[in-house]
Design a protein around this ligand. Structure first.
Ligand SMILES: C[S@@+](CC[C@H](N)C(=O)[O-])C[C@H]1O[C@@H](n2cnc3c(N)ncnc32)[C@H](O)[C@@H]1O
Length: 203
């Protein structure tokens, strides 16, 4: 009897989906929440291919090398969406963007932009044809992120939470930059660094 649910039900059926009524217990089990929402959507997972991406479609693009934390990944996807980035590219062995934790952290942005999975060799080959700057983010870099000149479209490459960006990946970049840190922290959280970089290159 709720108008929004009725609209969602009609739209789902019109799109060829199924609507299944279940008990609250089942909703709790599926959502892994004690206090579940009244509706859960189930969608096919979608990945794009590098060759499907059009660099002219956006000024900012994000690539993550071996990201491990699903919360970080979901937050990066959400931030990339908010800033109008073209895609999030997962390079090497990354965590699953469709895991419960990652999807939750995207707050719906999982539907907003293409996700690509690629190994290091294919990424390196594709990057060779990138028309703008490829910017690595590296704690040992000597160039500040605010001083570098970025050519658009700008592809930002971020490293793994523990190891950072390895030398072979940093070598693929036109410039490697560091976000200055004035306190005692040895690094920023990956998704925070991504946020700073995404807004630096898209504004
Ligand atoms: C938690 S950090 C990795 C720390 C790792 N111990 C290292 O040595 O690089 C995860 C990623 O966030 C980005 N990052 C974090 N702090 C940064 C900073 N101050 N400047 C540039 N990138 C940073 C880099 O992409 C880094 O690979």
């Amino acid at each position: 009897g709720r108008p929004l649910l009725e609209r969602a039900r009609k739209a789902t059926l019109a799109a060829g989906g199924q609507v299944i009524e279940v008990t609250r217990d089942i909703l709790a089990k599926v959502s892994r929440r004690d206090n579940p929402q009244a509706v859960i959507g189930v969608f096919r997972q979608v990945f794009a291919r590098l060759e499907d991406l059009d660099p002219a479609a956006a000024t900012g693009w994000v690539a993550l090398h071996r990201v491990r934390d699903p919360g970080n990944l979901g937050t990066v996807i959400r931030t990339a969406d908010a800033a109008g980035c073209g895609a999030v590219i997962l390079v090497g062995e990354c965590c699953d963007p469709y895991s419960v934790e990652a999807v939750r952290a995207t707050m719906g942005s999982i539907f907003a932009l293409p996700l690509v999975r690629v190994d290091e060799a294919d990424f390196a080959a594709w990057r060779a044809g990138w028309p703008g700057s490829v910017v690595g983010t590296l704690l040992s870099a000597t160039v500040s992120h605010a001083e570098a000149a970025y050519r658009r479209p700008t592809l930002i490459l971020l490293g793994n939470e523990q190891q950072g960006l390895p030398p072979d990946m940093a070598a693929l970049c036109d410039v490697n930059v560091k976000i200055p840190m004035r306190g005692r922290a040895d690094s920023l959280n990956l998704s925070v660094a991504a946020g700073v970089m995404i807004y630096a290159v898209t504004n």
